[in-house]
Design a protein around this ligand. Structure first.
Ligand SMILES: Cc1cc2nc3c(=O)[nH]c(=O)nc-3n(C[C@H](O)[C@H](O)[C@H](O)COP(=O)(O)OP(=O)(O)OC[C@H]3O[C@@H](n4cnc5c(N)ncnc54)[C@H](O)[C@@H]3O)c2cc1C
Length: 472
C-alpha cells in the first residue's frame, strides 16, 4: 500500500524506465531497514536513477507534488539519516557509478553511487591512492561518504571527505542542477558551496557527482601492534612518532583490553598479537610513496626507543601482508565482536587529542556511577581525537534493560565530551539519532544559522526532512 499520489508515481516511472524504480516488498524491506534497529523506514517507493538529468527530473516532479525525497547510499550510516517515512520517497544512486581518473591533476571525477571500494581499486589501477578507508567501504557510496563527511582510518594523514573534495555536482530540491565540479586547488570566488553539502546528510540536496583528490600510492607500509600502560602513554607514543617518522603516520588506533579480548573470544581465527596482555594497545601504521624508504627499520627504531623509556611495554611488527591483515582484522572486527557479546551503547565522539585520557577516565567513572557493572569498550582513531566510546551490558542485566539506558548514558558522556571542548558526532553524523542532542548542545547562534541555511536552500523542506535539525 502506498500513500503517494498515483500520478506522481506514474510520472516518476516514466522518467526512470523499468530498471529505475521499485515498489517490491523485498527491495523496500532491504532499503527501509536500519542496521541498529533503532529506526525503520516506511517508504513505499525507491528510485534508482541512472543520470544526473534523471535525478533532476525526479526532484522537480516530487517538488511539484509536495513530496519529500530521502537520499540513500549504502545505508551504512547507523544514525537513521537514510530512513524515509511513509510520505517520502527513497532515492538511491547505485546505478550511477562511473569513475574517471585524471593522472595529471591527481583527481577522480566520480558518480555519487560509486562504492568507496570501487574508487579505491580504480585509483590503484592508475598507481594512485584514494585514501578514505573504513569498515563499510565495500557497501557505502561516495555520495554517502560526502554527505556524512566520512573520516575513517587515515584521517590523521589525509583528512576527512571535506579535505578530499575538490568539486561537487548537486541536484537541489526543485530539480535545479548546481554544477560545481572542479579540479581547482585554488578558487576564491565567494562562498565555498561544496562545504555546505559535505556533511549535510542529504538535507540540502542530492550529491550526484564529485571531483576528489588522489595521492601517490604508498610503496612501503610498516604496521605494528604495541602494548601501552594507559591512554596517556598512547599519546606520548603518537607525539614521538609524529616528530620522528617524517610525517609518515597513516593510522594510529587505540584498542582497550576489553575490545581486544572480545575479538579473541568471538572472531573465528583471531589470535592475540602479543603474548603479554595489557590494559591498552596501539596499532600504528607508517606509509610512504618514496621508492627507497625503509619504514620497517624506522618503526623498529621508534618502538625500541619507546620501549627503552617505558612508553611501550611490548610490540610486534607485521612481517608480511598476511600478518598486517590479521592486525587490521582485529581492529576492524571490534564492532562485530561487541555485537556478539550482547547489547552495546555507543558514542561516536571527538575531543582534542590531548584530552583523550581525561575523556576515557571521566567517561568510565560516569558510566559506572549510572550503570554498575557496565563494561567499557573504548577504541578508535586516537590520532584524530576520535574514540568510539562503546559500552557493553553488565553481566546479569538483560539487553532490553541495558539499552533502555541509552539516552541517560549518552547524556552523561556527551556532557563530559562538551566540557572537554569536543564534538558529540565525530563520524557518523546526526541523522535522527542525535537531533535532540545537537539541539541541546549546539551554540544557539550555530543552530540559528543551520536553520537559516536549510530555509534558504530548501525552503519547503523537501530534502530529507527531520534529519540534523527538527522540521520548521
Ligand atoms: C562497519 C562500519 C564502519 C564505519 N567506519 C567509519 C569510519 O571509520 N569513519 C567514518 O566516518 N564513518 C564510518 N562509518 C559510517 C560511515 O560514515 C558511513 O558508513 C558512510 O560514510 C555512509 O555512506 P552510505 O553510502 O552508507 O550512506 P547512507 O548510510 O546511505 O546515508 C548516510 C547519509 O548520507 C545521505 N546521503 C547518502 N547518499 C547521498 C547523496 N548521494 N547525496 C546526498 N546525501 C546522501 C543520506 O540521506 C544519509 O543522511 C562506518 C560504518 C560502518 C557500518
Amino acid at each position: 500500500m502506498t500513500t503517494l499520489p498515483a500520478d506522481l508515481i506514474a510520472r516518476l516511472q516514466e522518467v526512470l524506465g523499468p530498471k529505475g524504480w521499485s515498489m517490491a516488498d523485498d527491495v523496500l524491506a532491504r532499503h527501509n531497514a536500519e542496521a541498529r534497529h533503532k529506526f525503520s523506514g516506511a517508504a513505499s517507493l525507491i528510485l534508482f536513477p541512472a543520470s544526473t538529468d534523471e535525478v533532476a527530473r525526479c526532484a522537480a516532479l516530487c517538488h511539484q507534488a509536495g513530496v519529500a525525497l530521502v537520499p540513500q547510499g549504502g545505508n551504512t550510516g547507523r544514525c537513521g539519516g537514510a530512513v524515509a517515512g511513509e510520505n517520502a520517497i527513497l532515492i538511491n544512486l547505485a546505478r550511477m557509478n562511473a569513475v574517471i581518473i585524471d593522472d595529471l591533476d591527481f583527481s577522480a571525477t566520480v558518480e555519487a553511487g560509486c562504492l568507496l571500494q570501487n574508487l579505491q581499486d580504480a585509483a590503484v589501477r592508475h598507481d594512485l591512492l584514494f585514501p578514505l578507508a573504513l569498515g563499510a567501504q565495500g557497501s557505502c557510496q561516495i555520495g554517502g561518504n560526502l554527505a556524512t563527511n566520512a573520516g575513517g582510518l587515515n584521517v590523521i594523514r589525509y583528512g576527512t571527505m571535506r579535505d578530499l573534495v575538490l568539486g561537487l555536482e548537486v541536484v537541489l530540491a526543485d530539480g535545479t542542477i548546481w554544477n560545481g565540479l572542479s579540479k581547482l586547488r585554488k578558487d576564491n570566488t565567494g562562498y565555498d558551496l561544496r562545504h555546505l553539502f559535505v556533511g549535510a546528510e542529504g538535507t540540502l540536496g542530492i550529491i550526484t557527482r564529485a571531483t576528489l583528490k588522489l595521492f601517490p600510492r604508498p610503496r612501503h607500509i610498516a604496521t605494528a601492534w604495541c602494548a601501552v600502560n594507559d591512554p596517556q602513554a598512547a599519546l606520548d607514543l603518537l607525539a614521538r612518532a609524529r616528530r620522528d617518522s617524517g610525517d609518515t603516520i597513516a593510522a594510529f588506533e587505540l584498542i582497550s583490553r576489553f575490545a581486544h579480548d572480545l575479538c579473541i573470544a568471538h572472531l573465528p581465527g583471531c589470535t592475540a598479537p602479543l603474548a603479554q596482555t595489557s590494559d591498552w594497545y596501539v596499532m600504528i601504521e607508517l606509509s610512504s610513496s618514496r621508492p627507497v624508504d625503509d619504514l620497517t627499520a624506522l618503526l623498529e627504531t621508534l618502538l625500541n626507543d619507546a620501549m627503552t623509556d617505558g612508553t611501550v611495554q611490548d610490540a610486534v611488527l607485521a612481517q608480511s601482508e598476511t600478518q598486517r591483515a590479521h592486525l587490521w582484522a582485529i581492529r576492524e572486527g571490534i564492532p562485530v565482536a561487541q555485537t556478539l557479546e550482547g547489547g552495546s551503547i555507543k558514542h561516536d565522539v571527538s575531543v582534542p587529542v590531548s584530552a583523550i585520557p581525561a575523556l576515557i577516565e571521566r567517561g568510565i567513572a560516569a558510566a559506572h556511577m549510572l550503570i554498575p557493572g557496565i563494561r567499557p569498550c573504548p577504541f578508535g582513531h586516537v590520532g584524530d581525537g576520535n574514540i568510539h566510546f562503546n559500552f557493553s551490558q553488565p553481566p546479569g542485566m538483560t539487553k532490553p534493560d541495558f539499552l533502555a539506558r541509552w539516552d541517560d548514558l549518552n547524556r552523561a558522556i556527551h556532557d563530559i565530551v562538551v566540557d572537554l571542548g569536543g564534538s558529540i558526532s565525530a563520524e557518523h553524523g546526526i541523522g535522527l539519532l542525535k537531533v535532540d542532542e545537537l539541539a541541546h548542545y549546539a551554540d544557539p547562534a550555530k543552530l540559528k544559522l543551520l536553520h537559516a541555511i536549510k530555509a534558504a536552500i530548501d525552503p519547503e523542506n523537501r530534502m530529507n526532512p527531520g534529519k540534523i535539525i527538527r522540521n520548521p
